[in-house]
Ligand binder design. Structure first.
Ligand code: PGA
Length: 249
């Protein structure tokens, strides 16, 4: 099964953390389906993570790429570079990038194109704020984010979308699973009808996913997997979520 459960480690980790994480993960993971799992560590640790997970089949990706290919962008990392390191995917447009780094839909669109050109699977993150949710604007906000991000993408591009309500990230709050399911269905319909040449592989949910709520989420037809922040930092907890996923999907 292709990528369905992605650990987003954000600005966390160390050499010791990586070793400990792998030990805890492999001790508690009770399946052989590792191909559906991806880890997005801080890019500096890509090689070390690869050593500690060995040839288990877990994919390694990054949390961000630059919107230009090379040149005067001090501190950035390009899609070509991560491809060079064997990374298979990149998160693009995570809400923390949109909020703390002022990433616009236009920048996100450029990043998607570069990821695709380099055969790096883009994980496009979209989601509404708490205020937008309270105003019942969720569907409109998501449609706008999808349109703006995808309008310049080439034909036959592959894509994963992660629906992450901004108010659910790191807060312990999640929308009810039926609501998420209907949002995911809407996302699939919108991409299929407006961008029929884009191959949408799956729609993941992200925002306070844990081993406690995993079964209620994965029981839903259109929740194809998850993008997991806080709970992915504990190898045991992440393995437990993956075990639930493998029972239900
Ligand atoms: P969380 O983060 O699981 O800690 O809510 C998810 C994310 O930001 O991708």
């Amino acid at each position: 099964m292709p990528l369905r459960l992605i650990a987003n480690w954000k600005l966390n980790g160390s050499l010791e953390f990586n070793d400990q994480w792998a030990e805890n993960f492999f001790k508690n993971f009770s399946n052989s389906n590792l191909k559906s799992i991806g880890i997005a560590p801080a890019s500096l640790y890509i090689d070390h993570i690869r050593k500690v997970i060995g040839d288990s089949g877990i994919e390694i990706g990054v949390q961000n790429i630059c919107d230009v290919e090379s040149g005067a962008r001090t501190g950035e990392i390009s899609a070509t570079m991560i491809k060079d390191l064997g990374c298979k995917f990149s998160l693009i447009g995570h809400s923390e990038r949109r909020i703390f780094f002022n990433e616009s839909n236009q920048t996100i669109s450029k990043k998607l194109i570069l990821a695709n050109n380099n055969s790096v699977m883009p994980i496009l993150c979209i989601g509404e704020s708490a205020e937008e949710n309270e105003r019942n604007d969720t569907h409109d906000v998501l449609k706008f984010q999808i349109d703006e991000a995808l309008k310049d993408l080439f034909e036959a591009s592959s894509l994963i979308i992660a629906y992450e309500p901004v108010w659910a990230i790191g807060s312990g709050k999640i929308p009810n699973p039926e609501e998420i399911n209907s949002v995911h269905k809407m996302i699939k319909d919108v991409v299929q009808s407006r961008f029929p040449k884009i191959d949408l592989k799956s729609v993941l949910y992200g925002g306070s996913v844990s081993s406690e709520n995993a079964s209620s989420l994965f029981a839903q037809e259109h929740i194809d997997g998850a993008l997991i922040g806080g709970a992915s930092l504990d190898g045991k907890e992440f393995a437990q979520i993956a075990n639930v996923f493998n029972e239900l999907k």
